[in-house]
Design a protein. Structure first.
Length: 572
């Protein structure tokens, strides 16, 4: 079976996911060693303290007890890998989101609880006898449930669930590309230090909250566990005073909670860090390389693998801003034989597909926003209407006097609309009235629209929030166009320059409609301003370089006037 670009990119990403799981297991073992140093602390005998801790870390007992946590971490990594590779999907209503997400969220919730429990169980194996066993012999030769052990293990479940609720309950997994690519070991070191430090403070309040929770429901939990194992409750941690008086237990639980939060933060950080590492896709296929190579254009077309498409867009952005022009020369090269700019044509065509598809989706989503029924024009002109009309008249007179065919045709007279009978008008009016009445009646039912209706501007906010690849593609393509005036000796870029400028103007037009619009009473977030500034920066970058040649490149007078505003830095 021949390999496809999607399959090749998926292999690379899966390999990186395996690396992320491996790093997670290594850091978990490192954190366990730190915990053992903490619990075995003996300042009077430092050599024996360190040597005994190191021996315990590398003992068979420790490896054997770690196996359940290792297996749970691998399962957790599979969940994270699938979530990262799947990308994000738009759901028109909260009900459709619940139907699609509830099974995955429930499984994710369960694995977080299991990870927290297994971490707490593993760490309790290295505490004293009073903390590591579920049951112990108590009064009258009976068996009692060890409240200290249940306090530690239930706290582990609570810490895992707390992290899930705070991070993933209502949000999807997101990947942000770093502005500066650092070396891997530097990023791992900074992530480890920052998470260890921050988790100690972030786990303090959850630990206090859990203490209150256990004070209220701890007795019930011990009774349920006791009924399963046929044991009694010891009643040791039955009050808030008895819990807080055990300083060592509170300290153990606080450190354990911080370790669990650190572990989970690091696992997610490793996935995000490794999946966003740069990939230099080849510009064109080589006859000396096997068919398994995925080119930049092929990666930009991987709609079913969004993370690979974003990596390709990020590679295009870096390619346009690097000082080394070796890879760009491949874009500007001509085919042999034939002398055709196939590489540039395929790259620009794919970038235009990405931009135009996004513009069409954004344009359709804007029609569903209630306060955009009569949108204002998106592009502000740098000349008033009187000046524009005068320019049209002068151009028309000049063309007529020189017997030149007019480039600007008058707007055609609209064709007469077919007449509609009064009966059809009445039927159509009644139909629209009934549809609107039924819709208003359904919307009036409390909670019905909230669950099944599409919020105003929800699709627009979704598109704006997930515009990272469009931001990178627009700036990357504009950068290549701008640098081509120095490096493109064959002039291959100029053939598609008008289409690129048209696509950028169309995107700016749609974004300008949202300038002063509140969606559900809220302003758009920073992603809107980042996207809008990226589009304007791209237009400025191209127009500044090709300002003297725009009249020869652009045929439509309206587009030319809008672009000349960027040339004169008068764009509104």
């Amino acid at each position: 079976m021949a390999s496809t670009p999607e399959l090749e990119c998926k292999k690379i990403l899966v390999y990186r996911c395996l690396h992320a799981v491996g790093f997670s297991l290594a850091t978990q073992y490192f954190l366990l060693a730190v915990f053992l140093l903490f619990v075995n602390f003996h300042p009077l005998h430092p050599i024996s303290w360190i040597s005994s801790t190191v021996g315990l870390v590398f003992s068979f007992y420790t490896w054997f007890c770690s196996m359940p946590l290792i297996a749970a971490t691998i399962v957790y990594g599979i969940f994270l890998g699938n979530a990262h590779l799947a990308g994000r999907k738009y759901y028109s209503s909260r009900f459709s989101w619940l139907v699609a997400k509830t099974p995955k969220k429930a499984a994710f919730f369960a694995i977080h609880g299991v990870l927290g429990f297994l971490t707490a169980w593993l760490y309790s194996r290295f505490l004293g006898e009073d903390y590591r066993n579920l049951t112990f012999s108590c009064f009258e030769d009976s068996t009692c449930i060890n409240s200290r052990f249940t306090f530690i293990t239930v706290n582990g479940i609570y810490a895992g669930v707390y992290y899930f609720v705070r991070t993933f309950l209502t949000k999807d997994i997101e990947v942000e590309f770093p502005v500066i690519q650092e070396k891997r070991y530097i990023k791992i070191r900074s992530k480890l230090y920052s998470n260890l430090y921050n988790s100690l403070f972030k786990s303090l309040v959850p630990t206090l909250m859990f203490t209150l929770f256990y004070c209220i429901f701890g007795g019930l939990i011990n009774e349920r566990v006791g009924s399963i194992f046929g044991a009694k409750t010891d009643g040791e941690l039955s009050s808030l005073i008895s819990i807080f008086s055990n300083i060592r237990l509170i300290l153990y639980v606080w450190v354990l909670s911080s370790q669990i939060l650190t572990n989970m933060n690091l696992i997610n950080s490793f996935f995000s860090m490794l999946l966003t590492e740069e990939i230099q896709f080849p510009i064109e296929k080589s006859v000396h390389v096997n068919d398994g190579v995925t080119t930049l254009v092929e990666a930009l077309a991987l709609d079913r693998l969004p993370i690979a498409k974003q990596l390709a867009a990020f590679d295009l952005f870096r390619l346009s801003n690097t000082s080394v022009s070796g890879r760009r020369q491949q874009i500007f090269s001509l085919s042999s034989p034939g002398n055709h700019p196939h590489t540039w044509n395929s790259l620009s065509a794919q970038c235009l597909v990405v931009m135009n598809v996004y513009v069409d989706e954004l344009k359709n989503s804007l029609t569903k926003i209630s306060n955009l029924k009569n949108p204002i024009p998106g592009v502000q002109f740098c000349a008033d209407n009187a000046t524009l009309n005068a320019q049209k008249l002068l151009i028309r007179q000049y063309n007529q006097s020189c017997s030149i065919r007019r480039m600007m045709m008058d707007e055609p007279t609209p064709a007469p609309q077919p007449t509609v009978s009064p009966q059809e008008n009445i039927i159509e009016t009644v139909k629209k009235f009934l549809e609107q009445s039924i819709k208003n009646a359904l919307l009036a039912v409390p909670g019905l629209f909230y669950l099944f209706g599409e919020p105003d501007g929800a699709k627009t906010k979704f598109l704006i929030k997930n515009s990272q690849e469009v931001i990178l593609v627009t700036q990357g393509l504009a950068g290549i166009c701008a640098i081509s005036i120095l490096e493109d000796k064959y002039g291959v870029v100029q053939g598609e320059l008008s289409k690129i400028l048209k696509a950028l103007l169309n995107l700016k037009t749609e974004l300008d409609k949202l300038s002063n619009v509140n969606i559900n009473g809220r302003k758009l977030d920073k992603n809107y301003f980042i996207l809008k500034s990226a589009v304007k920066k791209s237009l400025y970058r191209i127009c500044t370089v090709f300002g003297d040649y725009l009249r020869d490149i652009i045929e439509e007078p309206e587009d030319l006037r809008n672009l000349l505003c960027f040339v004169s830095y008068q764009e509104g």
